[in-house]
Design a protein. Structure first.
Length: 445
């Protein structure tokens, strides 16, 4: 039996793309033009492009058309971590570190080894963590201006796990979640896994468009809003206090849960109060020590309304039973003896130095970010192709992210995100010079 006509078209176009006969970045005919050329219905042409998109061979952009992807760039770059060659410079992911951290770990392991409760670290722990550990985290949050009773704190296996157990415990498949039009890719993964309905909220220079959020809540059954009010990833904004007050007001008016992600908040000195301080009864506050201490120290924490704690405990039990006691013990020692505070201060200064370096070395490129952020956003002209630039950089052994993994709206903007915290300053300086040169040649000419 002959294959359907649309399948033959899919196979032919896929072959042309994979063999390079259709170049990366090439604009394909409109649906109507393809239908006329091939003698098929427009609906068939639409089906052809939809299947090519599902195969990761093309991307469709509202108002612009359908474009051939650069196959050197994985479609999900930035969501599912791709291996970076040993001789490549990683500007796609942040692994911020400061000198002396390995020495701190050696000392902490020695202290744990001679502690009196070593045997207890080999046993199962309470699902939300030991009371003394939750108290240590509570004191840490108090220093950030957050009143946090230990019985509202749960220890989790990093902030990503905190977001995962929050979505598992508090949301159901099909729930409508308001998110920024550009947001943290890890939350997109969770939403896809949980079959949540993400509704993008347009952004302003200082945060989400709250008029649009209010309209969305009035027209759709929004169950929760996911937000990063202090040092947004990837745009680096810090939401003004007045906007935070209004966001909470909107959430209360419409019965919306607030999920506050504070993973990068430690980099901002004297930020406005976190959302959880104004609305502890409707806010789940998630953070961790991966960025402020070490990415390998998978210790995070969730501060939740009392009614949510049993649900979160159950989700922790279902996913990991408890956070490993050894890493929690090390983390809480560092919380109590001031090590975490010192590392956070050092990384704020380190991030400022790297951001200032980026501003200098990327002169002439439009940059969006925060003065003490470990990443910067580089918007490209509308007629540029971020995947083409990303592939060009990859050929020069530089790995970056496009806007696509961060995008929740129908059309991903043409932009790249540069992570600044994973390489030494000397390498970062020379790499950024290469990025500037190639971006100006590829996208701005």
């Amino acid at each position: 039996m002959a294959a359907p006509r649309y399948k033959a078209l899919v196979d032919a176009l896929a072959s042309d793309i994979r063999n390079g006969r259709l170049a990366a970045g090439a604009r394909l005919p409109t649906h109507r033009a393809l239908a006329a050329r091939e003698g098929v219905a427009v609906v068939t042409a639409t089906r052809v492009y939809a299947e090519l998109e599902a195969m990761g061979l093309v991307s469709r952009e509202q108002g612009r058309g359908t474009f051939v992807r650069d196959l050197a760039v994985p479609p999900d770059q930035g969501i599912d971590q791709q291996a970076v060659a040993t001789d490549a410079v990683d500007l796609a992911f942040n692994y911020p570190s400061v000198p002396g951290q390995s020495g701190l770990l050696r000392q902490a392991l020695r202290e744990v080894a001679v502690s009196g409760d070593l045997d207890s670290l080999l046993r199962y722990q309470p699902h939300p963590g030991r009371l003394q550990d939750r108290a240590s985290i509570g004191r840490h949050l108090e220093r950030r201006g957050i009143t946090a009773d230990a019985d509202r704190i749960l220890v989790v296996n990093g902030a990503q796990h905190g977001l995962a157990v929050t979505t598992m415990a508090m949301l159901n498949a099909g729930d409508v979640i308001a998110v920024d039009a550009l947001t943290y890719p890890g939350f997109k993964v969770l939403a896809h896994t949980m079959h949540l309905d993400l509704e993008p909220v347009p952004t302003t220079a200082d945060g989400p468009d709250l008029d649009a959020l209010e309209k969305l809540c009035a027209t759709r059954p929004v169950r929760a809003v996911y937000t990063m009010p202090t040092l947004h990833n990837p745009l680096g904004w810090v939401m003004p206090e007045a906007d935070r007050v209004r966001l909470i007001r909107i959430a209360r008016r419409h019965g919306v849960l607030v999920i506050e992600d504070a993973s990068y908040a430690f980099l901002v000195e004297n930020p406005p109060p976190p959302l959880v301080t104004a609305a502890p009864d409707i806010t789940v506050h998630v953070s961790g020590l991966s960025k402020s201490v070490a990415t390998g120290l998978r210790v995070g924490f969730v501060l939740a309304p009392p009614t949510a704690v049993p649900l979160l405990e159950r989700a922790i039990r279902a996913t990991t039973w408890n956070t490993p006691a050894l890493t929690t013990a090390i983390a809480c020692r560092w919380l109590d003896d001031g090590t975490v505070d010192e590392l956070e201060a050092q990384k704020r200064e380190d991030a400022k130095a790297r951001q200032a370096l980026a501003v200098r070395e990327l002169a002439g490129l439009p940059l969006v970010g925060h003065p003490s952020s470990y990443f910067t956003w580089v918007p490209l002209p509308d007629d540029a192709r971020a995947d083409r630039l990303t592939a060009t950089l990859a050929r020069h052994r530089i790995s970056v992210s496009t806007a696509e993994p961060f995008t929740t709206s129908a059309r991903a903007p043409q932009a790249i995100r540069l992570a600044l915290g994973s390489v030494d300053l000397h390498s970062l300086r020379s790499t950024l010079r290469t990025v500037r040169r190639l971006a100006l040649e590829d996208a701005f000419t």
